[in-house]
Design a protein around this ligand. Structure first.
Ligand SMILES: [Zn+2]
Length: 116
C-alpha cells in the first residue's frame, strides 16, 4: 500500500504585487502596469518607478487615493512605496481610483481593487 504523498502548500499569493510606473517601451506613453491592479486581502502593492530620475527631477512620484483608499494610508511617496495590506473587504465590483504625480506635473489616473 502506497504512502500518501504529502503535497507542500505554496503561499505565493502573499508576495507583493509590483505595479510599474513609467514609460511604455512600445508606445513611449507614460503608463502604469497593471491598471487596474488587483490584490488579495493578504497582499500589498509595491509601486516601482521605471523612469530615469533625470527625466522627472530629483523627487519621485506621489501616489494619492483622493477619494477612498483601500489602504490605511492615502498617500505614498516614491519608488518602492509599499501599500501594506488593504483594510477594505474584497469586492470585484469596486475599484479605487488613484493619481500618480511627478514634480514635473505629469499625472496619471489608474485604478486598483481588492479581490476575494
Ligand atoms: Zn522615480
Amino acid at each position: 500500500m502506497a504512502t500518501p504523498v504529502k503535497v507542500p502548500t505554496f503561499r505565493t499569493y502573499n508576495a507583493p504585487l509590483y505595479v510599474l510606473v513609467g514609460l511604455d517601451p512600445i508606445t513611449g506613453q507614460i503608463g502604469v502596469s497593471p491598471d487596474p491592479f488587483w490584490i488579495h486581502p493578504d497582499e500589498e502593492v509595491v509601486w516601482i518607478c521605471t523612469l530615469p530620475h533625470a527625466q522627472h527631477g530629483k523627487d519621485c512620484f506621489t501616489i494619492e487615493f483622493k477619494d477612498k483608499s483601500p489602504f490605511k494610508n492615502h498617500v505614498f511617496h516614491g519608488h518602492g512605496s509599499r501599500s501594506e495590506k488593504p483594510i477594505v473587504s474584497p469586492d470585484i465590483n469596486k475599484v479605487y481610483a488613484y493619481s500618480v504625480t511627478w514634480p514635473s506635473q505629469v499625472t496619471l489616473d489608474p485604478q486598483g481593487g481588492v479581490k476575494p
